[in-house]
Design a binder for this molecule. Structure first.
Ligand SMILES: [Zn+2]
Ligand SMILES: [Zn+2]
Length: 353
């Protein structure tokens, strides 16, 4: 394994190492969109998410090609000023760069490695009117080109670097410039956030935070939470093998790992999504244990989540099955249909970019 220099302090927990790898990659040279915690980046299509930690306030993400190149991003969000009259604090990107250099030096010393760091201007591709930005490069056992910026729109300070091997493949500079230039710390729509990894691409309201995930080759699950409400997006690959002749509602009910869907009692209506036959689920909590939970939430003075909505469909062109499930308090709006519509299945649908 490569020895990447990443400041350990930035990680609240060790980044999860994910399954996935480069299997089943299409040969097309379309850049791959990765969306994670509000961050968006276009990377070469052989790259994918391989590590992450933290949340949308402070976090870390690593995307790599499984061999020698990678992009790593860390972010920290400035708090919203308490009073409207107060201006948001603008952190100094030079100070952030200095402290990053200190961490690099410490790490290099520990590993008894030679390290050369250099202050540079920010790569031109990463300049935006809402950003204060500066740049850096370093060389140790690997080499890196990076950028530090503060964004006035989302109040994030972002440190991003593209890593390559020392000897380096030709074109490192071009790739680094392109990837850093494609990195965005916030999307166009402040109310919706794009989550894109492996072959899944969906959009979820910004008010929902990622609570848990399962990321495997044939099955992806993202579960989001907003107080007592829960929202889960699931995607299965190899739909033709998995489902065979089973009715969609029966297949989904027996294969879902969504706690909301498993705990719900609902009726099924057939409809259409992304031009495919689909089902729509509407209902509430099943009796038994989930009811007990609802009772507990009521005791904690939170509105219990009692309304259930879901949507599921099979996409033949992409050979995938999708399910969206949502459990919410009665006073919160239903979301399953909107999220299903914003979940991309075969090319050209659900893509609101
Ligand atoms: Zn931003
Ligand atoms: Zn489709």
């Amino acid at each position: 394994m490569s020895s990447t220099i990443v400041p350990e302090q930035s990680r609240r927990s060790a980044p999860a190492v994910l399954a996935g790898g480069n299997a089943e990659r299409r040969a097309a040279l379309v850049p791959r969109l990765i969306g994670w915690q509000g961050l968006l980046v276009q990377v070469p299509d052989t790259w994918d998410l391989t590590g992450f930690s933290g949340d949308d306030q402070t976090g870390y993400v690593r995307i790599d090609d499984g061999e020698e190149m990678a992009v790593e991003v860390k972010w920290a969000t400035e708090p919203v000023p308490r009073r409207k009259s107060e201006a948001a604090k603008t952190p100094s990107v030079e100070v952030r760069r200095d402290s990053y250099f200190r961490l690099l030096r410490k790490s290099a010393k520990k590993k008894k490695m030679d390290l050369a760091v250099k202050e540079t201007d920010a790569p031109k591709s990463a300049l935006r009117s809402e950003r204060v930005a500066t740049g850096f490069t370093w060389t140790a056992d690997r080499k890196a080109t990076g950028v530090v910026w503060y964004c006035e729109t989302c109040r994030r300070t972002v440190i991003a670097q593209v890593l390559g091997s020392q000897g380096g493949r030709a074109g490192f500079g071009t790739t680094a410039e392109a990837v850093l230039g494609a990195l965005r710390c916030h999307g166009d729509d402040p109310d919706w956030r794009t989550w894109a990894l492996y072959d899944l691409q969906t959009e979820v309201p910004t008010s929902y935070r990622l609570e848990s995930q399962e990321l495997m080759n044939v099955y992806l699950r993202l579960t989001f939470a907003r107080k007592t409400a829960r929202l889960t997006v699931e995607q299965w690959a190899l739909a033709n093998v998995a489902r065979k002749q089973t009715y969609l509602d029966i297949w989904i009910a027996s294969n879902t790992k969504s706690p909301e869907l498993n705990g719900a009692r609902y009726t099924v209506v057939e409809n259409e999504l992304h031009t495919h036959p689909a089902i729509r689920l509407t209902g509430g909590l099943a009796f038994g244990l989930p009811m007990l939970y609802a009772g507990r939430e009521a005791l904690r003075f939170q509105w219990p989540a009692t309304r259930f909505g879901g949507a599921a469909w099979e996409c033949e062109p992409s050979n995938k099955l999708f399910a969206v499930s949502h459990l919410r308090p009665a006073r919160q709006p239903a979301l399953a249909d909107a999220v299903a519509e914003r979940t991309r299945c075969h090319s050209g649908t659900g893509d609101r970019k």
